[in-house]
Design a binder for this molecule. Structure first.
Ligand code: SAM
Ligand code: SF4
Length: 328
């Protein structure tokens, strides 16, 4: 079935990023403030409500659901949600900081998660601790190992690169990915939320710059492969892995956007870089069990999807919500 979700610009929405919590065991400097206030429980969708949202999108033709957060694996009983979503006719994938994978990787694969994205910004323990504020590198590396042997269809690494913080580790990260046989994507920082640790202009590192650094050591060949997302991929002659670049600043990807996000409060966000949204929690709670109402609200929301994000490269936060609220 083709997606019934088509916006004013003819884009078919086939991909839902569903945030299952705003909480996290890390406090990455580009994602969160050091002291964060999290949502009160009553404002957070229950696991049942999250399932209803996923199922409604699936009936409307969404082909892929990514569970994210916050850190999705710190939500209590998240596996019960994963098991139910795993029964839907969608590709179920998950983005994680890797801290819980050493115990959960097998169960996630068994419950129907097909692919994992694992964030990894540094291979130096002290630096990793500084960037994540609370994370332990060894635990994440153990998690990556557990994921590699758990039988997923794919495991990919994601690195946000900041000038003066970890830009000198790009080649080391590529070498780690080559040795592990895992794809890796480098992400430009996005101006979400008011952070204080660094200025976003000062820390900006463009994908083009990173590509040149990698290319000088491992010549890169443009690859036509697309994952239906914003990443542009490159390959190397002597390795099977792909190197991706996600560049909201330097390469606008909005014209191909096929995705929407739902926050854990049930806000359907039509664009990562705009505030246009629809309150699905209100529909879920006013009309419990009325799937048609939820579907109608989702279909109607498509008219609100903006043409493109308006991220500028400066130090002002352009979107006040933090990435952990957005569902990165
Ligand atoms: N906690 C999980 C994790 O870290 O993978 C999932 C949620 S996290 C918000 C999803 C992705 O967004 C991570 O790869 C993270 O590095 C990235 N991210 C967070 N804040 C960002 C920002 N301001 N700009 C670009 N990427 C960001
Ligand atoms: Fe947590 Fe992921 Fe945000 Fe880091 S990027 S603070 S791991 S939600």
């Amino acid at each position: 079935m083709a997606s019934e979700l088509i916006d004013r610009f003819g884009r078919h929405v086939e991909y839902l990023r569903l945030s299952v919590t705003d909480r996290c065991d890390f406090r990455c400097v580009y994602c969160m403030a050091e002291k964060m206030e999290f949502l009160p429980r009553a404002e957070v969708l229950s696991l049942e409500e999250l399932y209803d949202v996923g199922a409604a999108f699936s009936r409307l033709g969404v082909r892929k659901i990514r569970l994210t957060g916050g850190e999705p694996l710190v939500r209590r009983d998240v596996l019960t949600l994963v098991e139910r979503l795993g029964q839907l006719p969608v590709e179920l994938v998950l983005t994680t900081n890797g801290s819980q994978l050493h115990t959960m990787a097998q169960d996630l694969a068994a419950a129907g998660v097909q692919r994992l994205n694992i964030s990894l910004d540094s291979l130096q323990p002290e630096r990793f601790a500084r960037l994540t504020r609370t994370g332990r590198l060894t635990q994440v590396l153990d998690g990556i190992e557990a994921a590699r042997s758990a039988g997923f269809h794919g495991v990919k690494l994601n690195s946000v690169i900041l000038r003066g913080r970890n830009d000198d580790e790009v080649l080391a990260l590529v070498e780690f990915a080559r040795d592990a046989g895992l794809d890796i994507s480098f992400i430009e920082e996005m101006p979400l939320g008011q952070i204080t640790e660094h200025g976003r202009l000062e820390s900006f590192c463009s994908s083009d710059e990173l590509r040149e650094v990698i290319d000088s050591r491992y010549p890169l060949h443009d690859s036509p492969e697309r994952s239906g997302g914003p990443a542009r991929y490159f390959r190397m002659a002597d390795s099977d892995i792909r190197i991706g670049f996600i560049s909201p600043h330097s390469h606008n990807f909005c014209s191909e956007c096929n995705r929407v996000r739902v926050t854990v409060e049930g806000r359907l966000l039509l664009c990562l870089g705009n505030e246009h949204s629809v309150d699905l929690r209100a529909v879920l709670r006013e009309f419990p069990g009325e799937a048609a109402r939820l579907e109608q609200a989702i279909i109607a929301a498509m008219a609100l999807k903006p043409e493109k994000h308006e991220f500028r490269l400066d130090d002002e936060p352009q979107i006040l919500r933090f990435m952990n609220m957005t569902g990165g």
